[in-house]
Design a protein around this ligand. Structure first.
Ligand code: PBG
Length: 329
């Protein structure tokens, strides 16, 4: 950068003096178009249960879900992501509930798709909400079997697409799944179903409240470090994204959010594909509890979301979607 001039002719505070001027020079903005709202589903009727450590976030029974969808549509939130709290009695070693037409996600997709077309429906393709050991795939000698698991994920993808899922989101960080799922979708008449790859998902310590919400926290033995990415790595993320693009991903996700803004930027600088960020449960919990305890103020929510836009994210999966959309014009 040359010819920046110098003080006193140059005073950068001049442009910051008034609110209208600050608005004129703002480099990034947040709109409701940037939001993806994650929703937790549970069995039963007339149920709205708070999620532990996530004040303001609930799991809903299906009879309550239409109201939430109507709210999302009226706010013009483009997409919701559905996550099931599978009852423990339906979990097993192979996660077979994932392939049941009557599982929570399938029932919700069908119910919502029947009545509402103006909102995108996204669902994870992974086995962790369904396995009795809390891992994302099937275990062979305590190691998640990559290729055996893909066979199940293909079936799960086709089932979810059939039920009306618009965006299939493979979220387990295993190898080769985007290509296999794309092939299967194309062969079965789902050429236009989109794939959002959780291409860069770290073995993070920020997922705790989510695992509680889907009931896998206490089941999970050891950790997910032999499939999710090592948080010491950045360049490896480029390989992950390059592969998923070549396999047919429509968008890629970086997850968690705020500790990984450098990764979002790195991907944006190297590829043309839309990049989404996932501000995960632990991040929500820290910010929300910080606000509730008056440690930080409520504007920290907006600031945290703008940071994703500044890094280059196209959209953000956030548990703040409902709350922040009230503030956005
Ligand atoms: C499952 C999945 C996880 C999250 C989204 N999908 C947890 C995990 O990988 O253990 C976490 C989301 C959050 O913490 O908000 N594969």
């Amino acid at each position: 950068m040359k010819n920046l001039g110098s003080y006193p002719a140059v005073r950068l505070r001049r442009n910051r003096k008034t609110e209208w001027s600050r608005r004129l020079i703002s480099e990034n903005n947040l709109s409701v178009n940037d939001l993806i709202w994650p929703l937790f589903l549970t069995e039963g009727k007339n149920i709205k249960i708070p999620i532990k450590n996530m004040p303001g976030v609930y799991k809903y029974s299906l009879d309550k879900i239409e109201k939430i969808i109507e709210k999302a549509i009226s706010k013009k939130i483009p997409m919701v992501a559905l996550f099931p709290n599978t009852p423990i009695s339906k979990k097993n070693l192979r996660g077979s509930e994932a392939l049941s037409k009557n599982n929570l996600v399938c029932k919700a997709l069908k119910l919502i798709k029947k009545n509402y077309n103006e909102i995108g429906l996204m669902a994870d393709v992974a086995l962790d909400p369904y396995t009795s050991h809390g891992h994302d795939g099937i275990l062979k000698k305590n190691y998640v079997d990559n290729d055996e698991t893909i066979k199940i994920l293909i079936k799960q993808s086709l089932l979810q697409a059939e039920m009306g899922c618009d965006v299939i989101a493979p979220s387990d960080m295993m190898d080769g799944r985007i290509g296999e799922i794309r092939k299967a979708l194309d062969k079965n008449g789902f050429k236009l179903v989109q794939i959002l790859s959780y291409a860069v998902k770290y073995a993070s310590n920020f997922y705790g409240p989510f695992r509680d919400a889907v009931g896998s926290k206490n089941l999970l033995k050891s950790n997910k470090k032999n499939y999710q990415m090592d948080f010491r790595n950045a360049k490896e993320a480029l390989r992950e994204v390059a592969l998923d693009i070549s396999e047919g991903a429509d968008f890629v996700m970086v997850k968690p959010g705020m500790p990984y803004l450098d990764i979002i930027k790195l991907i944006k600088d190297n590829f043309k594909i839309p990049v989404f960020a996932y501000q995960v449960s632990g991040e929500y919990s820290l910010i929300k509890n910080g606000i509730n305890n008056k440690i930080i103020n409520e504007n920290a929510i907006y600031e945290s979301l703008i940071s994703f836009k500044r890094a280059g994210a196209n959209a953000i999966v956030t548990y703040f979607a409902d709350q922040i959309s009230n503030k956005l014009k």
